[in-house]
Design a protein around this ligand. Structure first.
Ligand code: FPP
Length: 281
């Protein structure tokens, strides 16, 4: 299933290798998305400032991405900074996150290169401070020719605003090409999403226990398997990514169908329905 990069299983830790050994290589996800939550709580539990939680969270970003690259995961998409974070968090925290992002890109570029990682972004990144945009462009350009995992950072991202941007793009295209409304397909909307170049996530991980999507990849997660862990993001490591993948492999994905063992196609279901009709009178 994997098309990008080469496997570097020998670079996994012994613990990671043990979890990886139990995975079915033919059923690995192609795209994993993560809602990285719990930085503030991690710091709070240690009576530290929230900033230190974010700083520790940035280390998790690098370590998890490296494990993803070792197992040849083609796409990893991390929710690093939402539109709502930008609007609703104190200015000092937003400024810190912006500085942290710049430092992160600068100090991890060599590790990205060593791990054949390509870095990209989704979101209204044009609204971020110019010096942050410059650093982002620099890292994207430097890693553009890498062929391993594509790490996509969602920055100033919101799922609803992505849909607004997609509909605006599609409406402009329709006007230009004189296309009528009844010709719009799901594929047309998909083409105008920030994620048009990648498959939808197979697995969405959320750390720190909250059971919500928080406006993340709303269109794309229609059939995504969701894995929520109580672990706080600064404590999340590559081994936990592998454990989430192991859990994912135990799921049965149905995409609205009946799945295996349902009796589908054997005539059993029709007979069952017939009996139910009679009993129901
Ligand atoms: C949620 O923690 C996390 C964020 C708001 C942003 C995620 C940022 C990072 C992981 C660090 C920087 C990332 C990069 C790529 C350099 P929270 O503050 O909402 O935690 P809480 O819910 O416990 O308060």
């Amino acid at each position: 299933m994997y098309s990008s990069g080469t496997l570097r299983i020998h670079e996994l830790t012994a613990e990671e290798r043990a979890v990886y050994a139990a995975l079915k290589p033919e059923c690995l996800p192609e795209h994993v998305a993560i809602i990285m939550d719990g930085n503030g709580r991690w710091a709070g539990h240690r009576s530290l400032k929230r900033f230190l939680g974010h700083q520790q969270g940035a280390k998790s970003v690098q370590l998890v991405t490296e494990t993803a690259s070792r197992i040849g995961l083609p796409w990893l998409t991390l929710y690093a900074f939402s539109l709502e974070n930008n609007l609703r968090r104190p200015r000092a925290e937003v400024n810190f996150l912006m500085r942290l992002l710049r430092t992160y890109l600068e100090s991890n570029l060599q590790r990205m290169m060593d791990n054949n990682i390509r870095i990209r972004y989704i979101g209204r990144t044009q609204e971020l401070p110019p010096e942050v945009q410059d650093k982002m462009a620099w890292a994207a350009e430097a890693t553009a020719r890498n062929t391993g995992t594509t790490l996509t950072l969602a920055l100033n991202y919101g799922g609803r605003s992505e849909l607004v941007d997609a509909f605006r793009g599609l409406a402009a295209e329709m006007k230009r090409k004189h296309i009528t409304l009844d010709r719009i397909t799901e594929e047309d909307i998909h083409r105008h999403l920030y994620t048009a170049h990648m498959p939808d996530p197979d697995l969405l991980i959320r750390t720190s226990g909250e059971m919500r999507l928080s406006n993340y990849l709303l269109w794309q997660v229609a059939y995504t398997e969701i894995f929520v862990t109580e672990r706080l993001w600064p404590d999340f490591r590559g081994i936990h990514l592998l454990e989430a993948i192991a859990d994912f492999q135990r799921r049965e994905r149905r995409y609205g169908g009946l799945g295996e063992g349902s009796g589908e196609g054997s005539g059993e279901v029709d007979e069952e329905a017939e009996r139910f009709k009679i009993a129901a009178g």
